[in-house]
Design a protein around this ligand. Structure first.
Ligand SMILES: [Fe+2]
Ligand SMILES: [Fe+2]
Length: 185
């Protein structure tokens, strides 16, 4: 799948606000890929496609989790988590995409221990793209300009603190990712 094909698909699939967010993630992921020596085309493509399933029917997404034998605990946390792994599966069913790109899409919400450089770029770019506006985002932007792994840890901390303040459950994979990256020298 080319970037232009992905762009067309996303323009048709997402509502305007989410499309604008996506363009911000593309721009940010591209800049980070250049800075951290990652494949720029793959970063742009993963960023363009990352929220493909964001507005898909929740029941259908839950069905895909069951059909594909994905981690069933995905069904026990907020439905917000589903669009990343389900999006990667649906895209892989319909289009030819590299596993590296699919992996970045799959991991962009929860993170994953040992995630690749491309995964890390999309994970952070999604949180800091220029349209994001929440307390602490500027600190994440500064961190992302200095250290990719530092920015992954800071983004995970931000996510975990946000969930703690809301008194909602935290998906274990996110905590595992935090522990993994904090332990990385
Ligand atoms: Fe997302
Ligand atoms: Fe996103």
């Amino acid at each position: 799948m080319t970037f232009e094909e992905a762009h067309e698909l996303i323009k048709q699939t997402l509502p305007e606000k989410r499309y604008i967010h996506t363009l911000g993630v593309v721009e940010t992921a591209e800049r980070m890929a250049v800075q951290y020596g990652e494949n720029v085309e793959e970063a742009r493509l993963a960023a363009m496609l990352h929220d493909y399933a964001k507005y898909f029917d929740t029941e259908e997404m839950r069905q895909v989790v069951i059909e594909e034998g994905l981690d069933s605990s995905l069904l026990e946390y907020g439905d917000e988590l589903l669009h990343a792994p389900v999006g990667a599966i649906l895209l892989a069913r319909q289009y030819e995409l590299e596993e590296t790109v699919l992996s970045a899409i799959r991991n962009h919400t929860t993170g994953e221990p040992g995630m690749s450089c491309l995964d890390q770029i999309l994970f952070v770019a999604d949180a800091i793209e220029p349209n994001r506006n929440y307390p602490g985002v500027d600190r994440l932007r500064v961190e992302a300009a200095h250290s990719l792994e530092g920015a992954v840890v800071a983004t995970l901390r931000q996510t975990i603190e946000f969930l703690l303040k809301k008194s909602v459950r935290i998906f274990p994979l996110t905590i595992e990712t935090y522990n993994d990256f904090v332990n990385t020298p």
